[in-house]
Design a binder for this molecule. Sequence first.
Ligand SMILES: Cc1cc2nc3c(=O)[nH]c(=O)nc-3n(C[C@H](O)[C@H](O)[C@H](O)COP(=O)(O)OP(=O)(O)OC[C@H]3O[C@@H](n4cnc5c(N)ncnc54)[C@H](O)[C@@H]3O)c2cc1C
Length: 368
Amino acid sequence: MEQVDTLVIGAGVIGLAIAARLSKHSEVVLVEQGHHFGEHTSSRNSEVIHAGIYYPSDSIKARTCVEGKAQLYTHCTEFSVPFARIGKVITAQNTQEEEKLASLLQQAQNNGVDDLCWLSKEQLVQKAPQINAIAGLYSPSTGIVDSHQFMLSLLGQLESHQGQYVSRTQFVGAVPTANSFAVKLDCDGTPFELRCRHLVNAGGLFAQHNATLIEGLQPIHVPAIHYCRGQYFSYQGSHPFKHLIYPVPEQHGLGIHATLDLAGQLRFGPDTQFIDELNYETDGTALEAFYQAIKRYWPNVDKRRLQLDYAGIRPKTQRQGQQDFQIEGKSIHGLAGLVNLFGIESPGLTASLAIAKAVEAQLVAEHK
Ligand SMILES: Cc1cc2nc3c(=O)[nH]c(=O)nc-3n(C[C@H](O)[C@H](O)[C@H](O)COP(=O)(O)OP(=O)(O)OC[C@H]3O[C@@H](n4cnc5c(N)ncnc54)[C@H](O)[C@@H]3O)c2cc1C
């Protein structure tokens, strides 16, 4: 049976970042069930490099977002991945929302994000013409990135370290043996087995299902999965935006915000809706809700220019309240060499390089 140091399940941005990092010092195989890498959540998001403002102090999200943002900007420069540090404005429409902005400012400072600027109504007019708000917060370290090129650069890193990436190959089971796992793969219809010392489950929306295929992993260590769809509308034609524009955040997402891609195309979204099955179908009836949400901060929006675009799905582990990233190694579930990643929703793209570092640290710690 072929033997490798590490098998990483799933070539989204998280699996790619982990495989690229681990391959610097060990032999890594990265398997992807689809035809191409990054076909799920990693190519169905806002492509925003988040500053780290919103997340509770001491959460894994806060730590990996702030650390990952710095690493991502450095990586993009080093590997010529297109990005732009265009900044974002979070807007308040009334005094209640202004209070929320003040608490966001405090939360950001607690998270080590100390470059936010408070914008008065007059300053807002300069920063974001046509935006209707009584106050705002400006985040200069927020940016946008070409997520496909970013993933391609990680794949390049993996391959330059002699790591292997295999598409159309599905993880279908693992049995822990002394110091390793006997792993079963389905390579485009052909069964294949290999042995690995480390097994990293970066399956995104499928991570919980993958975890149930690992013998010896107690069900208590497999959290629930709830699919929370977020859809986008693109905006045809010209617009006045130079920065990303956000409302104050809502319960399950950051609110229907205005993002730009690197070509200057304006998009709005994502909304939030829990769905029962994993599918990326979009729903045009959301147009009116989008229009009303955008009109609050951009009264001049022309409804006829909003066009239904794509949808992404958040891997929620709970339906209520704040959830954190779960990066679970032996200290949590007791199986040496296994790391499961659950609930890697936003800001996972931003945090990916820091998450990879955290996975490596967990595996290294096991050998001490
Ligand atoms: C609507 C939306 C907007 C977002 N916006 C942002 C943003 O602006 N900024 C930001 O930082 N983050 C954002 N995020 C979060 C970010 O996109 C995700 O955190 C990140 O893409 C998750 O990557 P992943 O690799 O965990 O998952 P995925 O990209 O889903 O990759 C998992 C991969 O594993 C493969 N796989 C699963 N099981 C198996 C198996 N058994 N065998 C082989 N392969 C398998 C799948 O096919 C898939 O390719 C957003 C998320 C959503 C949903």
